[in-house]
Design a binder for this molecule. Structure first.
Ligand SMILES: NC(=O)c1ccc[n+]([C@@H]2O[C@H](COP(=O)([O-])OP(=O)(O)OC[C@H]3O[C@@H](n4cnc5c(N)ncnc54)[C@H](OP(=O)(O)O)[C@@H]3O)[C@@H](O)[C@H]2O)c1
Length: 274
């Protein structure tokens, strides 16, 4: 029986993957902090819920002990724990927001892989880190904290992949576009908060909102992402990266030179009242 440890298993994307793998006979150690969601995961055959906060070393060590009580080897560690944030990089709680996302999205992933590595090595397994289309696409305004964290994940994952080439452990980078989960809902909540507090951006945010809503309406079904993750975990030789659900309009922006993209945003802000 193949075995994987997941973080973010209580979230929209993680849960879809956990369900897909469990249905294929994998035993999945499903990590998260939300007790109600962990209890719901416990009802799925082949799933072992694991309470874990990725920002807390002691919590991760306890999670390792829980997994070790069942097995001394893993075929995969999959890092989905992550938050998003809609916000300014200069107004409000900009610094605290960046620190929080770096702590969970980046250092959480680094910590999980270090703590669980012995089990992955023993199982000749693989590591999957969740990045985002926000990491490779041109950066959008008011997504700074998230972009910062996911670009850090890209650099970290590339370096880890090349280090682990020397010990034969594949490392995979997952780059999802927009999928319907609690995380996309958070963007709406963040938008409303920034709009109510901003002293500079009210006009431009009001113009951006319909474009943002359009992008979110095109969000994909997490089951689609889960099929890609199953492929990444079951392929004999996984690819270094899996790009899935990239928004076609945002992909078009990638064809423009940086200065043109700036011009598009400048046009959006022209004459907008703060
Ligand atoms: N949805 C998208 O459109 C999209 C696109 C690109 C990339 N991604 C990435 O995919 C991953 C999963 O996102 P999602 O859409 O499934 O979001 P979600 O539904 O909001 O789930 C977020 C997950 O992160 C976990 N988490 C947050 N803080 C944690 C902490 N301190 N310790 C342990 N777990 C923690 C949550 O667990 P608890 O609720 O139990 O705390 C939850 O399982 C994230 O890394 C996200 O950046 C998502």
């Amino acid at each position: 029986m193949k075995q994987a440890f997941f973080t973010g298993a209580t979230g929209g994307l993680g849960e879809a993957c956990v369900r897909a793998l469990a249905a294929r006979g994998w035993r999945v150690f499903a990590g998260g902090t939300n007790p109600g969601k962990l209890a719901a995961l416990a009802t799925i055959p082949n799933v072992v819920p694991v309470a874990v906060d990725v920002t807390d070393e002691a919590s991760l060590r306890a999670a390792l002990q829980t997994v070790r009580a069942h097995t001394d080897r893993l075929d995969a560690v999959v890092n989905f724990a992550g938050l998003t944030a809609f916000g300014s990089l200069i107004e409000g709680d900009a610094v605290a927001q960046c620190e929080k996302l770096l702590a969970i999205n980046v250092m959480g992933t680094v910590r999980v892989n270090a703590v669980f590595f012995d089990l992955v090595e023993a199982g000749r397994g693989r590591i999957v880190n969740c990045s985002s289309s926000a990491a490779w696409m041109t950066a959008q305004p008011f997504a700074g904290a998230y972009v910062l964290s996911k670009r850090a994940i890209e650099g970290y994952t590339d370096s880890l992949r090349r280090e682990l080439l020397f010990v034969g452990i594949p490392v995979v980078k997952l780059q999802p576009g927009s999928f319907r989960t609690g995380l996309t809902g958070e963007i709406d909540v963040g938008f409303a908060r920034v709009l109510s507090q901003t002293v500079r951006y009210r006009g431009v945010l009001t113009r951006m909102k319909p474009l943002m809503d359009q992008t979110l309406r095109r969000s994909g079904d997490p089951a689609w992402l889960a099929r890609v993750v199953v492929r990444a975990l079951e392929a004999k030789r996984p690819r270094a990266r899996y790009r899935v659900g990239s928004d076609p309009l945002l992909c078009l922006m990638e064809l423009l030179p940086e200065a043109w993209v700036d011009a598009v945003y400048r046009l959006l802000g022209r004459g907008a009242k703060g």
